[in-house]
Design a protein around this ligand. Structure first.
Ligand code: GLU
Length: 297
């Protein structure tokens, strides 16, 4: 019998966008963030990032939550839905505007094409009825952080990204603002997610600084690539996971997290497998790099 870890202040989360059914990459993010939270004796939350109705698939959020349940990955608190949280984003945006850190922008994508889409100054003379709001990113805004899996990460946000959108011209909230506001409001100490979001993290750290919010620890899990070597996306229905065979899905995710198959061998039901997984999990084994499916153990 192992002693359960002491209760800790660790708070992790899984934050799917309901743009399709749960696929193997999202199962990996869910299982990886759950394992790290459990191992730390912390809490694990689920937040549905339903802020982009044009990209949403009807019923996907419910199916994702049901699938998590089938995999035994049950949140410790009530599920948060971003579509219910506009007031929080509105307050944060008002503060950024008031402090001069954000500005209304009338530039269209076409206006910015000649500068590779990187906004450093407004270029349009054509006011739009529906301006976007961007964060002002001063020249020389280089952000560095230590990722628990990838190590040192550094990005010059001004030259590589530019002033980025907080509220879109179509009126929807941008992911970057909502995720920063929610992670802080929910007291998240550890963000564990796929490496496709690695290059969003410096933007999120800049926003945390502008809003005087704490910066959580970050861990970016390896991507899962499709047979063609490209990353799987949630809208790519090619490899949805099968919630009616949860043990098989968890085993595959366990292996992809670099963990020894022997640690969970022989388990045929989800609770038994999860208990052995928590006891045998070694975060130091998580690989930093993506592998193609045929390279997976
Ligand atoms: N909603 C994002 C996605 O599904 C993840 C956000 C996050 O983990 O920060 O890709």
């Amino acid at each position: 019998m192992t002693t359960p870890p002491a209760p800790s202040g660790y708070r992790g989360r899984f934050a799917p966008s309901p743009t399709g059914d749960l696929h193997f990459g999202s199962l990996l993010a869910a299982f990886g963030s759950w394992l790290l939270a459990r191992r730390a004796g912390g809490r694990w939350l689920v937040r549905v990032e339903d802020l982009d109705p044009p990209r949403e698939v009807a019923g996907a959020a419910r199916r994702q939550l049901d699938a998590l349940h089938a995999f035994g990955l049950v949140p410790d608190e009530e599920v948060a839905w971003q579509s219910d949280r506009s007031d929080l984003y509105e307050t944060a945006l008002a503060r950024l505007l008031r402090d001069g850190n954000a500005f209304f922008c009338h530039c269209s994508r076409a206006d910015l094409a000649s500068v590779s889409g990187i906004h450093r100054a407004c270029v349009t003379r054509q006011p739009r009825p529906d301006p976007a709001v961007r964060l002002r990113v001063p020249d020389g805004s280089v952000v560095a952080f230590e990722d628990a899996i990838r190590g040192h990460v550094e990005q010059d946000v001004a030259s590589e990204v530019g002033d980025f959108v907080l509220k879109r011209a179509d009126g929807f909230w941008a992911y970057q603002l909502a995720v920063v506001v929610d992670d802080a409001e929910q007291g998240i100490t550890d963000v564990v997610r796929g490496a496709d979001l690695l290059d969003s993290t410096p933007r999120q750290i800049l926003l945390q600084r502008a809003l005087d919010l704490p910066t959580p620890r970050y861990a970016h899990l390896p991507l899962v690539l499709g047979p063609d070597g490209r990353k799987l996306s949630k809208s790519d229905a090619a490899q949805p996971v099968d919630p009616s065979h949860p043990v098989a899905g968890l085993r595959a995710a366990w292996a992809r997290l670099g963990q020894a198959p022997a640690a969970i061998a022989g388990e045929r039901d989800v609770p038994g497998l999860l208990a052995r997984a928590v006891a045998g999990f070694d975060p130091a084994l998580i690989p930093a790099q993506a592998a193609r499916p045929h390279e997976m153990s």
